[in-house]
Design a protein around this ligand. Structure first.
Ligand code: MN
Length: 246
C-alpha cells in the first residue's frame, strides 16, 4: 500500500461547542477546515483565555490547505502559537499568565495522521466499537494515575483534575506530544475540551458515538449530553470520521 492510496477520500467532520451552564463566556476555540482539526481550551482572567485559545487557533490556520505537511511543520505551528501567546501576554498586563491547551488531528503529506497535544484536551479514537484515549493528559492527576495512586475513573472526578502541567503560553519552550498514525478506513476521532470528559465517562461517550454514526449529529449529541450532565465548563467537540473501505 502506498501512502497516496491511504489518503482518505473525504472526511465526515462535525463540530459543536457550548458555554455550559456555569461559565458566562466560552474560552474554548476550534478549527476544522479540510484536514486540520484543533481544539484549544483557554485559561486566564479578564477574557484573556479567549485571546489565548483564539491566538493558538489562528496560528494553526496556517496549516490549512497544505498537502505537504510534515511533523516538523506541526512542531513549528506549536512553537509559533506559543510565541504568539507569550508575546500577546507581554504586551498587555491584564493578559499575563494566560494560556491554552491545544489538541489537534492533522493529515500529513504522507497520508498519515499527526496527533498533537499539549495540556488536558483530548483525542479519542473509536474503531471496532471500542473507544480509546489517544492523547495523554498533561495534568497532575494523570501523573498520579501513572504512579498507580489513582484509577483513571478516580482521576476523572478528582478535585484537582483541572491542574495542568503543560500548556501554550506557560513557558518559552512548548513541549507537545506528537504521535503519527496511519489512517484506517471506518475509524473516527473525537477531539474535545475537558468540559466533555469531566461530565461523561468513556462508556457514555461510546454510547453517543454508537447511536450517531454521522459526525455532526455525534458532535451535537456529545455536547448536549455534557451540558445535560452538569455543564460545569465550556465544552467543545470535533468528530472526524474516515470513510469506510467500500
Ligand atoms: Mn475546560
Amino acid at each position: 500500500m502506498t501512502n497516496t492510496s491511504a489518503r482518505p477520500r473525504a472526511l465526515d467532520v462535525g463540530v459543536a461547542t457550548d458555554v455550559g451552564r456555569v461559565r458566562d463566556h466560552n474560552e474554548d476555540a476550534w478549527l476544522a477546515d479540510g484536514t486540520v482539526h484543533v481544539v484549544a481550551d483557554g485559561m486566564g482572567g479578564h477574557a484573556a483565555g479567549e485571546v489565548a485559545s483564539a491566538t493558538a487557533i489562528a496560528t494553526f490556520r496556517a496549516l490549512v490547505g497544505r498537502t505537504d505537511l510534515t511533523v516538523e511543520d506541526i512542531d513549528r505551528a506549536v512553537d509559533d502559537a506559543n510565541d504568539a501567546i507569550l508575546e500577546a501576554a507581554r504586551s498587555q498586563p491584564g493578559r499575563r499568565g494566560m494560556g491554552t491547551t491545544a489538541t489537534g488531528l492533522v493529515q500529513l503529506g504522507s497520508g498519515d495522521w499527526a496527533i498533537v497535544n499539549i495540556g488536558d484536551s483530548r483525542v479519542y479514537r473509536w474503531a471496532d466499537d471500542v473507544l480509546a484515549q489517544v492523547t495523554i493528559d498533561h495534568s497532575e492527576v494523570q501523573e498520579l494515575v501513572e504512579e498507580g495512586l489513582l484509577t483513571r475513573e478516580q482521576a476523572r472526578v478528582h478535585p484537582l483534575r483541572n491542574i495542568i502541567t503543560r500548556s501554550l503560553g506557560l513557558d518559552p519552550a512548548a513541549a507537545p506530544d506528537v504521535l503519527v498514525l496511519p489512517p484506517v478506513p471506518g475509524e473516527r476521532f473525537v477531539l474535545c475540551s475537558d468540559g466533555l470528559n469531566d461530565e461523561l465517562d468513556d462508556a457514555a461517550i461510546a454510547t453517543v458515538l454508537r447511536e450517531n454514526p454521522r459526525s455532526q449529529p455525534a458532535a451535537g449529541a456529545l455536547v448536549a449530553a455534557a451540558v445535560a450532565a452538569g455543564g460545569h465548563d465550556n465544552v467543545t467537540v470535533i468528530v472526524v470520521g474516515v470513510p469506510g473501505a467500500d
